[in-house]
Design a protein around this ligand. Sequence first.
Ligand code: NAD
Length: 355
Amino acid sequence: MDSFVWQGTPSRVVFGWGALAQLPDEIGRLGARRALVLSTPDQRALAEHVADALGARAAGVHAQAVMHVPVEVAHAARDAAVALDADCCVAVGGGSTIGLGKAIALTSSLPIVAVPTTYAGSEMTPIYGLTEGRLKRTGRDARVLPRTVIYDPALTVSLPVAISAASGVNAMAHAVEALYAEDANSIVSLMAQESIRALGEALPVLVHTPADRTARSRALYGAWLAGSCLGAVGMALHHKLCHTLGGTFNLPHAQTHAAMLPHTAHYNHAAAPEALAAVARALGGEQAQDAGALLFALNRALGLPIALDDIGMVEAGLDEAAALACENPYANPRPVERQAIRALLQRAWEGAAPA
Ligand code: NAD
């Protein structure tokens, strides 16, 4: 057996339909008394409902989270936390809101209770991102890892079907790359396969019946496992490419991950055969099948945009994207070659099947 290093993340996870009701007790466990509730402007009503439920334990609502945590948005949130004398943050929402909580924690060390309402997985990682101008800077810091995560699948029912599907495949991407990560280990690989299985079963159900309780629960369970993988091991080509496309070309986060995943899985197929066979099996296919082809078929079945052209990428940017993705590449099973990446991007842009 290969040698490995395993370090579990010290977060407490509370999972279950209606688990949001446990928030006051969970804040009490942290010894906190004044929680600042964070959300996006779209989710203000939910944040206010949460603050009402907290009663005297709520310091206020700050509904200003936006995608990619611009530094000025982070500064305003830090100022609000100080002005309201908050001693913890409750981030209710997707990766953008949890990212704002992390930006506050980075300088204040305020503990975060995360209540995720998408499948992005940020709640399980010590990774933060801050955007200044066109440049998104990411880093790892133990202070930004949420201390408690409350997964309540009931809160995901309102997530529109198209975003649910894209966000679910975004989660799956963490699990796929965990299987061939440079620092992969057996526990993370088990979590990754279970994550892909759960998401692969749940997503096709919930695009047809968005309120299906079992599918919503199973999708969020898969997302928890995927987020755990993302927090535990290093990511590879797929995340580097999506980071480039999102950061430099401002493409939508989850949809970009979904459109790219079949292509990046296919790219690594021959270089990481065991990992990709595990992906194929977890998706219900034969282990000899190309995981990229199975992921492409899944995207189609979920009605997701499969062409980068359809989510705002300009063809004239593909050369720059390939060049940027090949600069300081993340460790990847197959060498990251500029010509091959350019060809991959062309197929992804056109919406062609991976080849
Ligand atoms: P998001 O948080 O931007 O949410 C997308 C939209 O959906 C928002 O308008 C939000 O208000 C809305 N929404 C969220 N949940 C909803 C619900 N249940 N019902 C109705 N509307 C809902 O999207 P995301 O994909 O979750 O997060 C993307 C961001 O997270 C990116 O900036 C990405 O870089 C970051 N991220 C960071 C990490 C990390 O480890 N640091 C991991 C994954 C993603």
